[in-house]
Design a protein around this ligand. Structure first.
Ligand code: 5GP
Ligand code: MG
Length: 170
């Protein structure tokens, strides 16, 4: 995918369309949406609004669940998760910004199951990048990007929405 294709609005529109299709295909009624803090949160906010979900948006902070998160020291960015609906028996749409190694999603699934047993989970990510280390795939994506190991996608949101590819850093 070239830089010209990395228009955030286009990626968001593709992800939204794909989620609509997937929810219909799997006949998932009245789903609830959860965004992964921090990057996935604003993307989830946009999609939650556009798809018109009845339940309020939930947020997950999985910093403590990441298997490679440093065990010592407090991260000031760590927030408590906020899931304002029952997980048991519910259809869930889980949203993150970038799917890379798969470890964040693995951790997010663990945390969701700590709250209860969902019926089905649909995973939607704005960008699927190469570099998976564990077998986790998205159901719905906005776009795919092939990056060199040292490269990183820089996403700036919510307004104005911008996306660039950089060598390293955040
Ligand atoms: P993973 O756990 O799959 O290795 O990485 C995914 C998580 O790390 C996502 O929650 C995402 O926010 C962040 N992430 C991984 N790679 C990138 C990247 O290139 N750019 C941005 N903005 N976030 C990334
Ligand atoms: Mg993240």
């Amino acid at each position: 995918m070239s830089q010209a294709d990395l228009d955030v609005e286009t990626l968001l529109a593709r992800l939204e369309a794909s989620l609509r299709e997937e929810l219909v295909r799997r006949r998932l009624d009245d789903p609830a949406m959860i965004g992964v803090h921090t990057g996935g949160a604003w993307i989830a906010e946009v999609l939650h609004r556009r798809l018109g979900f009845s339940e309020p948006l939930g947020y997950l902070d999985i910093s403590f669940y990441r298997d490679d998160y440093p065990q010592s020291g407090m991260n000031p960015d760590v927030r408590a998760s906020k899931l304002p609906f029952r997980i048991d028996g519910r259809n869930i749409v889980l949203i993150d910004d970038v799917l890379y190694t798969g470890r964040t999603v693995r951790a997010a699934l663990n945390e969701i199951f700590d709250y209860g047993r969902p019926a089905e989970i649909v995973l939607g990510v704005l960008i699927d990048r190469n570099g998976r280390q564990i077998p986790i795939q998205a159901d719905c994506i906005g776009g795919r990007v092939e990056l060199e190991p040292g490269q990183r996608i820089k996403l700036v949101g919510p307004e104005p929405l911008q996306l660039t590819i950089r060598a390293g850093g955040r």
